[in-house]
Write a protein that binds this ligand. Sequence first.
Ligand SMILES: [Fe+2]
Length: 135
Amino acid sequence: MPLITWGPQILVGIEIVDRQHKRLVDLINELHEAMQENRSAEVLGHTFRELVDYTHTHFRTEENLLQKHGYENYAQHRKEHYIFTDQIEIYRDRFEAGALSVTQLLMEYLRGWLVTHITSSDRAYVPTLRAAGIN
Ligand SMILES: [Fe+2]
């Protein structure tokens, strides 16, 4: 069973955002599965790096949209992204240095952050994008 179930409970209703969120969910689930199957550090590291890289890609997309359409909480939203990317980069670096394992606790952190961010902070900008004709 995947760590995060993809479904309406985490959709925001903006096509590009939902598509990118789905990819993030897939990568988190992939990392979780690799952890459960005791895959090698090489395999885990590969997925971990992909997750960090794609997080950057996704946040850039969102921030460009929010800035372009004058979202009033843009600065705060971007700050949440910064805090998260800083944190996962620290984890990734520590993992690569052999100083951190991918654990259930780490996976719960990733799931908790993403689901909470999507369902509260991301959903909050939807009316702004809708008003700008973005679907
Ligand atoms: Fe966001």
